[in-house]
Write a protein that binds this ligand. Structure first.
Ligand SMILES: Nc1ncnc2c1ncn2[C@@H]1O[C@H](COP(=O)(O)OP(=O)(O)OP(=O)(O)O)[C@@H](O)[C@H]1O
Ligand SMILES: [Mg+2]
Length: 315
């Protein structure tokens, strides 16, 4: 996959042609367009979807595959995907550890935990050798899914780690003892490419890049892929891109359809067949503090994350 800066420019320039100036009669750029008629093609549906096998039950667990959900752009669905992919994986009998690696603690909140009330979090595991992962690990309401929580304390780690020896490997060292107990570890990264994210990439086997289906989302992808390649060359030769996940897809807008088509054109099979559509169910789940797979088990969102879980287990 090419990652040159030119590619991102190409994506940007071409996509500009896909948005239409709103008419004078008041319709705004983000107003929903009518549902496409039979002639309008939904590229997400039109894309040949492979039939995925049901994941085989496991006889034993571990060692875990570590996957970082990473995109330096904010609000693209990293945390939502971490929670719901994790919960869907447990439905296939996988043991899952979620690592909140964002000082905002949104992953912890999304699982009904008040992170500011916690005495010890991932921050303490990183900074104090006497604190182990077991000391901070929490069970979630989803059987088979545990959480390493985070809160605002973690924001200090970025600065404090700078003077550490092997500072980029701090998270990998902290996670190592837990790997035999889980099948998958999912790390929810913060929206930046700073030292914490480099730690997540150094600890990971693979990266899932959630990508919101709108124009500005594409701008930073080349830089992200560049960072992933640097980490692979210098720190973690195992690291690879597991897949790009299109999120917040709205097939009703020409723009959404065009952006998705262009993402597939640029990244090919790296893009998961599963597309997460935009629905108010997801913000609701955050308030409820539980995954969509239990909040609205037969909703399209729950089905999509189950399908993603199958794809992740197949790749
Ligand atoms: N498919 C979706 N449809 C509608 N809303 C969504 C969808 N996925 C996520 N959201 C909502 O969008 C907001 C941002 O999502 P989320 O927190 O998962 O993004 P993020 O990439 O983790 O953000 P940050 O970069 O701030 O950590 C949240 O309010 C979430 O509920
Ligand atoms: Mg987040």
């Amino acid at each position: 996959m090419s990652t040159s800066g030119e590619d991102s420019t190409l994506l940007d320039v071409d996509l500009r042609a896909t948005v239409r100036r709103p008419g004078r009669d008041g319709d705004s750029a983000d107003a929903e367009e009518p549902r496409p008629t039979g002639r309008a093609v939904d590229p997400a549906q039109a894309r040949a979807t492979r039939t995925l096998p049901e994941p085989a039950p496991l006889q034993s667990h571990g060692p875990a595959r570590v996957v970082a959900l990473c995109n330096q752009k904010g609000g693209v669905g990293k945390t939502t995907s971490t929670i719901n992919l994790g919960a869907a994986l447990t439905e296939y009998g996988r043991r899952v550890l979620l690592v909140d690696f964002d000082p905002q603690g949104a992953l912890s909140v999304g699982l009904g935990i008040q992170p500011h009330q916690l005495d010890r979090t991932i921050y303490d595991v990183l900074m104090e050798s006497s604190v182990t992962l077991d000391d901070v690990l929490l069970k979630t309401n989803v059987p088979g899914m545990d959480l390493v929580p985070s809160n605002i304390d973690l924001s200090a780690a970025e600065v404090q780690l700078v003077n550490e020896v092997a500072r980029e490997q701090t998270l990998a060292r902290a996670l190592a003892p837990a790997l035999p107990d889980y099948d998958l570890v999912l790390i929810d990264c913060q929206p930046s490419l700073g030292l914490l994210t480099v730690n997540a990439l150094t600890a990971a086997d693979g990266v899932i890049i959630p990508l919101e289906c709108e124009f500005f989302s594409l701008r930073g992808v080349a830089l992200l892929i560049d960072t992933i390649e640097k980490v692979r060359e210098r720190l973690n030769p195992r690291l690879h891109i597991e897949g790009i996940l299109a999120t917040m897809y709205d097939s009703r807008t020409v723009h959404g359809r065009e952006v998705f088509a262009r993402v597939v054109e640029a990244f090919g099979d790296t893009v998961y067949d599963t597309v997460i559509t935009r629905t108010v169910r997801f913000p609701e789940t955050t308030v409820a503090g539980e995954p969509i797979t239990t909040w609205a088990p037969s909703s399209s969102g729950a089905l999509q994350y189950r399908n993603l879980a199958k794809e992740v287990l197949t790749r």
